[in-house]
Design a protein around this ligand. Structure first.
Ligand code: DQA
Length: 140
């Protein structure tokens, strides 16, 4: 029941960053909510503002104990082929999540270069996007 939760750029400042879009919870709050809601799962949390940090965290999913990855790649979602290639290399399912409904926002956010290599995408449910992804992985 080992799940990696990987957050990309600017997600370290959740709570302070455009709260009308991303909500008032900090990343720490979201991580704690996950741990409380799924006490039997072993979550490992990573956040990086750099592409290499996100990719290095994705490589950890190659460990055999990992049953899945919850990935909010932030803006990398929309253009990073390097993050996409890392996701494609992983055998465990990767769920792309977003706090906001990216399809209801600016044009550039409507493209995800990562979605085609993910198991699925959950967007627009705020912190619950992460919980929905975790319940999928844990019930799989
Ligand atoms: C986001 C949506 C992205 O477009 C944006 O760049 C983010 C956050 C979300 O969770 O809604 O950083 O991934």
């Amino acid at each position: 029941m080992h799940i990696l939760v990987i957050n990309g750029p600017n997600l370290d400042i959740l709570g302070k960053r455009e709260p009308e879009i991303y909500g008032s919870l900090s990343l720490w709050d979201i991580e704690n909510q996950l741990k409380n809601k799924f006490p039997n799962a072993k979550f490992e949390f990573y956040q990086s503002n750099s592409e290499s940090g996100v990719i290095d965290a994705l490589h950890k999913a190659m460990e055999s104990s990992v049953i899945g990855v919850i990935l909010n790649a932030g803006a990398f979602t929309h253009y990073s082929y390097a993050v996409r290639d890392a996701v494609a290399a992983i055998k465990a399912p990767v769920i792309e999540v977003h706090l906001s409904n990216t399809d209801a926002r600016e044009e550039f956010r409507k493209t995800s270069v990562i979605a085609p290599v993910c198991r699925g995408v959950i967007a627009g449910f705020g912190a619950r996007s992460y919980e929905l992804a975790a319940s999928y992985l844990l019930e799989e």
